[in-house]
Design a protein around this ligand. Sequence first.
Ligand SMILES: Nc1ncnc2c1ncn2[C@@H]1O[C@H](COP(=O)(O)OP(=O)(O)OP(=O)(O)O)[C@@H](O)[C@H]1O
Ligand SMILES: [Mg+2]
Length: 667
Amino acid sequence: MKKTVGDFESAYDLEYKAQAGNDEAKLANEKKNDKQIILNEDQLEAINTLTGNLLILASAGTGKTTTIVERYLNLVRNQGYKPSEILMTTFTNKAAKDMIEKISKKTDKLPGWAGTMHSLFLRILRENNSVVSPKGQFTLITDDYDKKKIVKQILEKNKINTREDFISYFMNRIARFKNTGVLPGELDDSAISGEEQEAELENKLVEEIIDDEVIFIGAKIKNYGIRVYKEYQQYLQDNNLLDFDEILLKTYELFQKYPLILEKYRNKFRIIMVDEAQDLNVVQIRILNLLEDNNLCLIGDDCQNIYEWRGSSNELVFKFDKSHKKVVLKENHRSTANIIAGINKAIKALDFKIDKQLICTREKGSKIRIEGMEDFNSEINYIASHAQNLIQKGVKREDIAVLFRTNYIGKQVEKVFRRSHIPCHLSRARGFFEREEVKDVLSFLKLKVNPYSMPDFERVSKIVEGFGRAKLEKIKEITRRENCSYIEALSFIKEVTKDQALLQELERLRFLLKSDEHPLKAFLVGLKYIDKLNKKYEYEEYKLEEKHENIRLIEELFKGHASGLEGINEFLDELIELDKKEKTKDKVILSTIHSAKGLEWKYVFLAACNEKVLPFYKDSLTKIKKDSELRLFYVAISRAKDFLIISHSARNDWKELDPSRFLGILA
Ligand SMILES: Nc1ncnc2c1ncn2[C@@H]1O[C@H](COP(=O)(O)OP(=O)(O)OP(=O)(O)O)[C@@H](O)[C@H]1O
Ligand SMILES: [Mg+2]
């Protein structure tokens, strides 16, 4: 039977419920099969140290995450703590998912406050919305596309070339300001005359790597960082929007401005545990300093600091190292001896570190394999066929991962895997949110919650036939004139058009935005979105089916939420952790090294281990930069439990390549 969307009591519901039942059965089964870990002495010491600040410091695979999960269990099971009294955070959504799953397998109660800092602090902001956002509920910019659009508008206004790489540069610059706690008010941009020639901005393009993406930017463009940041912040404020980094800044501001609110959370969280503490950024450190009451446990490995380009630092780890109780875990329980020998060599080669060596608890295992190929294509083909062989021999797909330095390599690997029919999952943080239909639905929901959001109004209004650019500008003008929201502006619609059909459509939009009807039904059926989609993609069946599939996924995710504003808001907030829900079972994982943090696989392929890729640099490599790339290399190789296969190639298209200098360290 062909499934339809927008049909709220459809067969699809039954299918979904059946699937949910399956998941429960699987979880129960996994609970039974979960191997019993016997904790070592150091781990026991960490678990039983319950008072005072504590640092658990150790290299990769020594059971740091295992230890804090066990510490949590000890607190809840034996020490009388309630799940809601423990704040437990980690860095990536994937690691958070891993942590929560481990706890859920061992207790019947879900941890109350476990997740990424962004998701937990967002909850705190919502709980205090009346002071955080007096204008009404704020909404989040959930995809880079919207952020890009805003930055693009600002660049246009400032007559700066809007090429993709320049936009990426400014987005990263904004994020860096925010993550290092620099507020627009503290910056002075008066030094820029605004008369720099465009040509000058573009001359001498410099290569940089930003968010695992290689880009080319003009040297002079950097002068505009402050101005673009200021205008971007103003835009967010005017539209009652927050981006991810802003969640942290706002939380810090909330605690600083309202001591009583801070006090409430200081009393509430009797224990705070922070995994991957080496990657805390300045704002997170400031928040923790406010929240902490001699009850903070940091868990980390200074050598795994890999986000310093986003403003993260070892600062708090070093401070704790000097002034608080420290437990060092030495035994590695993850990897075989041959792999550990390589990991130890990588740590040794770092110039800046708190020195530590790993002791192996496992057998010798296979040697680290290093494979050199003629060119990049043959290298990826080699990885794919090797993985295929393993799978045919009975290795589970989810036990295999391919890691790489840049997104570009990932996309190439994905292509070859798909061509070879190997099911794989490329971690692309927010890909789902970039789809047209997903953005349309979400914009409607966001607009209901935050009727001040211009990007969302723009998107939703495009769905209304006959509502063009000029009319949109008029509506914007009305919001300014009346100092009102977009929904309110729609009541002045007669000023904008005389066309009866259009008037009716816009009246319907206004009604649906305000009505209590189920919001998805309002959008999909009430606004006839499904009909419009079906018509638009009438001759592209495959595309249309994919779009229906995505909308079904949204419906699936929305289930369990009330249809009022509060429910919508809850749903939207949960989406920031969408990859927690991604199904990676039975798939080979393709991941950047950054996103592989904290995770482990039996078989790890490290692809494109070439000079100027890993380590990434352009002309020369400073000592500091070398260390930062070497830390990435260390994180990559320490993901492997049983087999590590590192490959490199001599050429990529016309470009000659050298093997990475890091391979020399392993020799
Ligand atoms: N005492 C133990 N006995 C046996 N296995 C253990 C023990 N402690 C941890 N492990 C296992 O060792 C592996 C690594 O543990 P874990 O992921 O907690 O390490 P980690 O220090 O957090 O690593 P990373 O630095 O990569 O985040 C896991 O498979 C875990 O189940
Ligand atoms: Mg860990």
